[in-house]
Design a protein around this ligand. Structure first.
Ligand SMILES: [Zn+2]
Length: 391
């Protein structure tokens, strides 16, 4: 880290060099990087007595461009002090340790990711955000009451999907990492076709989404996707990634106090790191979600239908994929084609070859469950009709 005095010196060097650059011929080779800064220097500014090396092959002062007589070249350059090596080795080892210590694998997709937040901390933040959003939506009168037909349906389908998610977590040895709190489902009146989940099992569904949802299988596809984000702890992963990005952004200010690198760094990190990362998470939630829906005995083919309907409905309004947090509808639909054969095995109660998706249960597993679902639907419709009559 450079002190204020050293920064002033550097600025002074820069001013002098800019002055001399005007007289330098175009063919004179220069480098803007001084090769060594002497931390033991006691005078306020060293440029008069410590000319800067302009590069390995050029022994010219930055201010005059003359060949240096007082700085003889030694092959390989001067040896670095031991404490610099020790600091470098220590820092690298520490970064390596923390990287491998918090490296985890996502079940099913086997993607390795770095996650440094604790599940408990994520749940706490999820609860806080949930309360905040709920108050905002309630204040506007946008939250549908729990006895509304849409709320009841979301709750009923969601609870089946949540049960499948818990089973998935137990079978993949990740039950300790997921919240056992019951899911909350909040249906919000909105034109937006969207749904999202917060850590600690808080799901919000916007009514604009119902334009693309024809039945409970379609709804299950959406809820299973949201549930999968929580299973894979995508929020924690995003927070960890954001900690690293912010750390690097601040580090860039130490290297370049003018802030030029900082200004470029954040947009570049968004386009080249954050957005692709977000799209990877969305694809992963699609993949896990399709299996959760199948395990909960909802038709896994529904996910493809929902995205095809959204593609048709949102044509010309979606941003280009590389600038979007989500993959394009085309990409998502193509991915479903890869996953559906295995998901259908789960749905039909068949065993998978490697056993990873073998929820089992036999061929009539979902036939029986879907019969029960139909009865539950009829009962819910009957109760809703009675409520409407009494109102
Ligand atoms: Zn998502």
């Amino acid at each position: 880290m450079m002190s204020l005095i050293q920064r002033r010196c550097a600025a002074s060097v820069l001013r002098q060099s800019l002055g001399s650059a005007r007289t330098r011929t175009a063919s004179t080779p220069i480098s803007l990087l001084p090769t060594r800064w002497n931390p033991l220097q006691t005078n306020n500014c060293s440029i008069a007595t410590q000319p800067l090396n302009l590069g390995r092959s050029s022994h010219r002062t930055f201010s005059s461009g003359r060949r240096m007589a007082s700085a003889p070249h030694r092959p390989g350059g001067p040896a670095l002090p031991a404490y610099i090596w020790m600091t470098a080795v220590g820092t690298t080892s520490m970064i390596g340790y923390f990287y491998y210590r918090y490296l985890e694998e996502v079940p099913l997709t086997h993607r390795k990711r770095w996650i440094a937040t604790s599940p408990q901390w994520e749940w706490q933040l999820g609860d806080q955000e949930y309360q905040k959003l709920l108050k905002q939506f309630q204040a506007k009168g946008h939250v549908l009451p729990p006895d509304h037909r849409a709320s009841i349906t979301v709750q009923r389908v969601g609870s089946r999907v949540a049960k499948a998610a818990l089973k998935f977590a137990q079978e993949h040895d990740m039950a300790h990492n997921i919240s056992k709190s019951p899911y909350t489902y909040t249906v919000v009146r909105s034109e937006m076709a969207n749904a999202f989940v917060l850590p600690n099992n808080h799901v919000f569904v916007m009514t604009g989404l119902f334009k693309y949802i024809q039945n409970e299988d379609d709804l299950a596809a959406v809820l299973a996707h949201e549930c999968s984000h929580n299973l894979a702890r995508h929020a924690g992963e995003r927070m960890s990634s954001s900690i690293v990005t912010n750390f690097l952004a601040r580090l860039s200010l130490l290297i370049d106090p003018s802030g030029a690198i900082f200004t470029i760094f954040l947009p570049a990190a968004a386009v080249f790191r954050e957005l692709p990362h977000s799209r990877t998470q969305e694809t992963e939630a699609d993949q896990i979600g399709v299996y959760l829906a199948a395990e909960a005995c909802y038709d896994p083919r529904a996910a493809k239908r929902v995205f095809a309907a959204m593609k048709k409905g949102m044509e010309n309004s979606a941003p280009p994929e590389f600038l979007s947090t989500h993959p394009s509808h085309e990409s998502r639909i193509q991915h479903f084609d890869q996953w559906l054969p295995d998901a259908m095995k789960v749905y039909n109660g068949e065993s998978d070859q490697d056993g990873e998706l073998s929820f089992g249960g036999g061929h009539d597993r979902c036939h029986h469950v879907r019969h029960q679902m139909q009865s539950a639907r009829k009962q819910a419709a009957h109760q809703a009709a009675l409520r409407e009559q009494s109102n």
